[in-house]
Design a binder for this molecule. Structure first.
Ligand SMILES: Cc1ncc(COP(=O)(O)O)c(C=O)c1O
Length: 382
């Protein structure tokens, strides 16, 4: 059976009313008939998740080809949970310097308060990360493509080094969404996803997931989740599950419209460099071709030299592209990113001429989106 069919048919058993979708059970208390069931490991309390959360976990296991899934309230919490579950005071973690900013902040600020050290590493090092491993290094955090600058990491090479030194690899697969990339199949130990993005797909809910094929790691993650009281509410879980059913179909449109807009931008005099892994001009295009099965609507570009007033005129002239955080929804978004860049060792755009812009191409007609950018460039030049 093909993946898209499987994802639509991950339906668990139903009660007497046989609806296609699971019921949303809003509940903390679950009334139970016997003491034995009360203290059993079934659906005994809202925080542990009820029917809709169980069904979402099953669908996500299908999506990522995983045996175990634990839900979280948002994507950042999935990263905090995965890392918190496998490290203890005295340990050290290597983190990609192009990981999502708040993930890096968690590693440097929160982990250091817990007595865990973190080193930010250049995402393009590949097997050369071996020289950065310390006696107490226990894990490597990978995110590929990296946030904002879209660096593709050589995951198989990093996994090989990690296995040699008995380190765990943790992968933020929000961009790949389990559809375009399956890190567990490359030997990665734990995958995290912000379900808030493509799985929800409508910018109206948040969620996260931690997935693994290891019984031992799943147990550690479950215990940490219990200790920290992590859960995903039924309404958000329902939105994640409903989004998953149409993920394949939406993603094809995001991919083709994203490429249309990226290719148009690459021809524009206002644009210096387009950072899209599916374009042959991308520095790690070959790694992307080897490890990914497609692309989506999220990419970046740098502009040619402009001043702040021109940048503001461009951003404020857009009519279809909204200015706001997040991505993966049906709507197109565009933000300037220079305020978020704080890489340690000179990334590929450190000598850029103009600002870095991140684009999310939604489900609108790409011709309309291109026309919107065209008129915003004209307003910028005026
Ligand atoms: C790559 C990546 N990982 C994780 C997150 C965090 O997700 P959430 O906003 O659901 O906490 C984001 C959010 O933008 C992201 O871009």
């Amino acid at each position: 059976m093909k993946d898209d069919t499987k994802l639509i048919h991950t339906r668990l058993g139903r009660g007497p009313v046989n609806t296609v979708n699971p019921p949303i059970e809003r509940g903390s208390t679950v009334l139970l008939p016997t003491r034995e069931i009360l203290y059993g490991d079934g659906k005994v309390y809202g925080r542990m998740g009820l029917t809709v959360q169980r069904e979402l976990e099953a669908a996500l296991c299908t999506l990522e080809n995983a045996q175990h899934c634990r839900l979280t309230a948002n994507g950042l919490q999935s990263i905090a949970l995965a890392i918190g579950a496998v490290l203890k005071a005295g340990d050290h973690i290597l983190i990609s310097d192009c990981a999502y900013g708040p993930s890096r902040r968690y590693c440097t600020r929160r982990l250091s308060a817990m007595g865990i050290a973190a080193t930010r590493i250049n995402p393009t090092l590949g097997a050369k990360i071996e020289s950065l491993i310390q006696d107490n290094t226990k894990a490597i955090l990978i995110e590929s493509p990296g946030s904002l600058t879209m660096d593709i990491m050589d995951t198989p090479a990093i996994v090989a080094v990690a296995k040699k030194h008995k380190l765990l690899t943790l992968f933020d697969n929000t961009w790949g969404a389990g559809l375009l990339h399956r890190p567990l199949e490359l030997g990665v130990d734990i995958v995290m996803q912000a379900l808030t993005k493509y799985p929800v797909g409508h910018a109206d809910a948040m969620g996260g997931a931690v997935l693994t094929n290891s019984d031992r790691l799943a147990n550690q993650i479950a215990m940490c989740s219990e200790d920290w009281g992590i859960s995903l509410g039924p309404d958000d879980a329902y939105a994640c599950l409903r989004g998953l059913r149409s993920l394949h179909t939406r993603m094809k449109q995001h991919e083709s419209s994203g490429l249309a807009v990226a290719n148009w931008l690459a021809t524009r005099p206002e644009v210096d460099t387009v950072l899209h892994p599916a374009l042959p001009s991308h520095p790690e295009h070959e790694l992307w071709q080897r490890d990914f099965t497609g692309s989506n609507g999220l990419f970046s570009y740098t502009m040619t030299a402009i001043d702040d007033a021109q940048l503001d005129r461009f951003l404020e002239a857009m009519k279809l592209f909204g200015m706001g955080f997040s991505w993966g929804g049906f709507e197109s978004l565009l933000i300037s990113c220079d305020d978020q860049l704080d890489r340690i060792d000179g990334d590929r755009i450190h000598d850029r001429k103009g600002p870095l812009i991140r684009v999310h191409v939604g489900l609108e007609d790409p011709d309309d989106l291109i026309a919107d950018l065209d008129q915003a460039f004209a307003a910028m030049r005026a």
